[in-house]
Design a protein around this ligand. Structure first.
Ligand code: HEC
Ligand code: HEC
Ligand code: HEC
Ligand code: HEC
Ligand code: HEC
Ligand code: HEC
Length: 345
């Protein structure tokens, strides 16, 4: 409308100019011109919702909810035990995670009276963009920026080590990271294991994937970040397309997530490598028991040990809790085990 009116005004202006400039008298108006040809119908635009309803339908979201219901995240086994405690909530409850993501602190301000388990809103918030065509798919993930690792922030002395996988794995490593740095020797080359719960804590997957964070006795370790699995991403293996109870929001690793690279794989135990790592873990366990560091139930025995024995225990506990049986970073985990076994034999 606005455009038409401007043209109209412009035409009047030209006529006015012509009248003012000319001296000749105007003749009668000529005959009207023929009608122009009709324009073609415009193409129908894409439904404004089409990109959105790839995900935002009740059916689609119910499928995701059903997958999630099968997962360990929805179990919330430890939410009552750890989800409300100031020091634990950042990884063990929805409220704790969201609060610490907001404050950037390692603990919540207070204990959380009624913590709830990890759920959609723990990991998702709102889209960063709705222009998927130009900006790529956006899964409305709450946080996928670099992570300052807790174990180094809380070490003595503290330091800042930041891990950045450059993808949605960063979300995972907020929680799937160790809490306690490797042991360091006192003046007499020893370390005091002060509790039967001593160790890196149960979720060291993020640092192993990068190939850092173990108690690096001896040499032979690969460069941090050099494993191709680092690029494979937590989501690539654990959230591969959902089929038959695996992948997607079950976080169970299907063999199909390996076959793009390991084309012949028919099991996760590719070339017997998981079996081999499990054997090394057993060997290390036997060594640690023989040195009195570990009891038969798999707990450390409180006491003072040569630093190498404490380091070997720290690696044992971390690799058991990692639970990938070497897959997260085969060369790194193997080297930690071999060097730890040598230290207790
Ligand atoms: C690839 C899947 C996907 C597509 C495509 C998608 N979304 Fe989302 N959207 C999500 C997820 C995942 C969430 C977070 C989980 C949730 O809130 O259910 C979300 C959250 C939202 C929310 C916030 C809901 C809340 O409760 O806070 C809005 C609003 C939204 N999307 C709008 C859109 C619009 C508009 C489009 C299309 C332009 C779109 N989405 C396309 C996956 C998608
Ligand atoms: C930095 C994140 C983080 C913090 C902080 C944290 N945890 Fe955990 N914890 C995890 C993750 C991740 C797992 C699950 C690991 C897995 O399934 O491999 C876990 C697992 C556990 C388990 C289950 C162990 C098992 O045998 O399956 C218990 C119990 C636990 N945590 C207790 C605690 C307590 C108590 C605190 C506070 C003193 C705490 N956690 C603090 C991340 C954390
Ligand atoms: C532990 C974190 C976590 C939780 C809990 C979680 N999501 Fe997701 N979700 C993700 C990540 C990460 C992605 C992106 C995956 C990728 O990068 O391939 C994603 C992707 C999605 C997508 C798009 C891809 C797809 O699978 O279709 C939808 C839709 C979605 N989530 C919905 C939900 C809903 C609904 C819930 C709750 C029932 C939920 N998510 C819980 C982490 C989570
Ligand atoms: C808010 C913290 C948090 C985030 C974010 C998170 N996890 Fe977890 N994850 C946990 C905790 C805690 C457990 C242990 C749950 C339990 O046993 O109660 C767990 C368990 C798991 C398990 C084992 C499930 C089972 O069946 O025992 C896998 C696999 C896993 N997470 C992968 C991931 C991946 C991949 C991501 C990123 C997409 C991710 N997690 C993001 C805290 C988190
Ligand atoms: C190259 C593929 C791959 C990548 C990348 C990967 N994982 Fe795993 N993960 C595995 C395999 C394989 C297992 C062992 C599953 C089995 O043997 O049943 C595993 C085991 C786990 C477990 C124990 C699950 C259980 O049920 O015992 C957790 C938790 C986990 N991974 C979290 C992560 C996190 C967090 C990341 C990213 C930091 C990650 N993984 C990256 C393949 C991968
Ligand atoms: C993106 C490609 C890619 C994916 C996906 C991938 N791998 Fe690998 N994997 C490699 C490459 C390349 C190597 C060789 C060493 C390296 O670069 O890390 C390797 C090495 C390994 C090794 C070390 C021993 C050996 O045989 O060389 C094991 C074990 C392994 N992968 C298991 C798995 C499993 C199990 C999965 C699926 C859960 C998987 N990988 C997914 C690329 C991949």
């Amino acid at each position: 409308m606005k455009h038409l009116r401007l043209t109209h005004v412009f035409a009047m202006f030209v006529i006015a100019l012509a009248v003012a400039a000319g001296c000749t008298k105007e003749g009668p108006a000529g005959p009207a011109g023929a009608d122009g040809t009709s324009g073609t119908d415009g193409k129908d635009g894409v439904d404004g919702n089409a990109t959105c309803i790839q995900c935002h339908t009740i059916d689609y979201m119910n499928n995701v909810k059903a997958q999630y219901a099968e997962s360990g995240h929805s179990d919330g086994n430890y939410v009552g035990y750890a989800g409300g405690r100031k020091d634990c909530a950042m990884c063990h409850s929805d409220e704790g995670f969201r609060e610490t993501q907001h404050t950037g602190l390692d603990t919540t301000a207070n204990n959380i009276p009624i913590p709830t388990h990890i759920q959609c809103s723990t990991c998702h918030s709102f889209h960063e963009t709705l222009d998927f065509e130009n900006d790529g798919p956006d899964y409305a993930v709450r946080q996928n920026g670099p992570v300052d690792l807790v174990m180094y922030r809380t070490a003595n002395p503290p330091s800042l080590v930041t891990l950045d996988f450059g993808n949605n794995s960063n979300l995972c490593i907020n929680c799937h990271q160790p809490r306690t740095a490797p042991p360091t020797a006192n003046g007499s080359g020893e370390f005091y294991i002060a509790s039967t719960h001593y160790g890196p804590h149960h979720g060291p997957q993020g640092t192993y994937l990068q190939g850092i964070g173990g108690a690096e006795i001896g040499t032979g370790y690969p460069e941090p970040g050099s494993s191709t699995h680092t690029q494979a991403a937590c989501t690539g293996c654990h959230m591969h397309e959902y089929t038959e109870g695996q992948g997607g929001h079950t976080w169970e690793v299907p063999v199909a997530s390996c076959t793009p690279c390991h084309t012949d794989a028919s099991t996760l135990d590719i070339n017997g490598k998981q079996t081999y790592i499990v054997g090394l873990i057993e060997e290390l366990k036997t060594g640690l028991i023989s040195k009195g560091v570990l009891d038969a139930e798999g707990h450390p025995v409180v006491g003072t040990y040569p630093i190498a024995h404490a380091q070997a225990f720290y690696n044992y506990a971390g690799i058991v809790d990692d639970r990938s049986k070497g897959v997260h970073n085969y060369e790194y985990i193997k080297q930690l085990l071999v060097n730890s076994i040598n230290a207790v034999n």
